[in-house]
Write a protein that binds this ligand. Structure first.
Ligand code: SF4
Ligand code: SF4
Length: 340
């Protein structure tokens, strides 16, 4: 990794330059919130955003996508190409970059997903520093920092960006599209001070150190029933989560009955039918069992396989949940002794 400095007023040059060779996607305002969308003009890009409604996972693993088309008569696949145009996603926060690396473990691991891989390989990532929100707790998992998984990362030093360049492609982008200079001692000192200030700006230190142990001990705790009584099974927590990756696959036959499309759509372990099998048997019939499953999968099951929890503390689920259920509440309740 090496470091460069870019004056802030050069940002439009970089975005405009990138737009000549890539589809550029970044955070844009939508009402009072923000979403990742195509950037048509540099002015659209809002690097001062807090968090986006949906995470950038939607750009690699869309809410709905065609996997292939098929012919019924001869049972042949006729179209399973993945079209992945070269693109740059601009302005990802550290939590969302960390979340993509957690998704990589699943989609690029033992059973590789060609759709996800094609989009991952055609996409460059430009990260940007952030400020804590009321809901986020990334500091509890160490996902407030990111050292890998991006091409370029911009840290906001006020009048300039301290740029961490992680890949050769990232260096080439900077060389081609914007004027930068070497970081000097005062830039490095400002970067270190920024990092200290950022760490100190988290007002709430959620203690997650005992969590796997607590989950082991509290599988039958009444806490899960209480959460189940509140949960609406709406699935919003999964939909907005940058690390939830469950999906459903369905075949949709055309009206002529000769051809069809295989489609996959996001699914949620909070939906009633998620664990339903033949004959109507449902392995997680109660809302309590489904809420519990979500926490055990994220903070225990995934951890036991990949040595990381499947949560980056972005706080989106806390914002989305109409029942007010949040990981912060659940972890705190477990730490405090379970049901209360
Ligand atoms: S579980 Fe909630 S806080 Fe954790 S990554 Fe998912 S949406 Fe963010
Ligand atoms: S968002 Fe809240 S109410 Fe909806 S399924 Fe998730 S925990 Fe339950």
């Amino acid at each position: 990794m090496f470091f460069r400095i870019m004056d802030k007023d050069r940002l439009p040059d970089l975005v405009a330059g990138l737009s000549k060779g890539f589809e550029v996607i970044g955070p844009v305002a939508k009402g009072e919130r923000f979403v990742f969308e195509r950037i048509e003009t540099p002015e659209m890009l809002r690097l001062d955003y807090d968090t986006t409604l949906l995470p950038p996972k939607k750009l690699f693993f869309p809410p709905e996508e065609q996997m292939m088309r098929f012919r019924v008569a001869d049972n042949e696949v006729v179209d399973d190409e993945v079209y992945a145009a070269p693109r740059v996603i601009f302005g990802l926060h550290p939590c969302d970059i960390n979340a993509l690396m957690l998704m990589d473990n699943v989609f690029l691991g033992e059973y590789e997903d060609p759709y996800y891989r094609a989009r991952r390989e055609s996409t460059m990532l430009i990260g940007v520093s952030c400020k804590p929100t009321d809901e986020c707790f990334c500091n509890a998992w160490g996902t407030d920092e990111v050292h890998w998984g991006f091409d370029v990362f911009l840290t906001d030093l006020g009048d300039r960006y301290f740029i961490s360049v992680r890949s050769v492609k990232g260096a080439e982008l900077l060389d081609e599209f914007v004027a930068t200079r070497d970081a000097d001692e005062s830039d490095t000192a400002a970067f270190q001070q920024h990092t200290r200030n950022f760490k100190n700006s988290f007002t709430d230190d959620l203690d997650t150190s005992q969590l796997p142990l607590l989950l082991d001990a509290k599988f039958d705790d009444p806490l899960w029933d209480r959460l189940g009584e509140r949960c609406l099974s709406c699935g919003a927590c999964s939909m907005v989560c940058p690390t939830c990756y469950c999906f459903d696959v369905t075949d949709r036959l055309e009206a002529d009955g000769k051809t069809g499309t295989r489609v996959r759509t996001w699914d949620s372990c909070q939906f009633t039918q998620f664990a339903e099998v033949a004959h109507g048997q449902n392995f997680r019939e109660s809302r309590a069992s489904r809420v519990k499953y979500r926490y055990y999968h994220k903070q225990w099951g995934y951890l036991s396989k990949f040595e990381r929890v499947l949560c980056v503390g972005c706080g989106r689920c806390a914002r989305a949940c109409l029942a007010g259920i949040s990981p912060r509440e659940v972890v705190t309740a477990l730490e405090m002794g379970g049901a209360s």
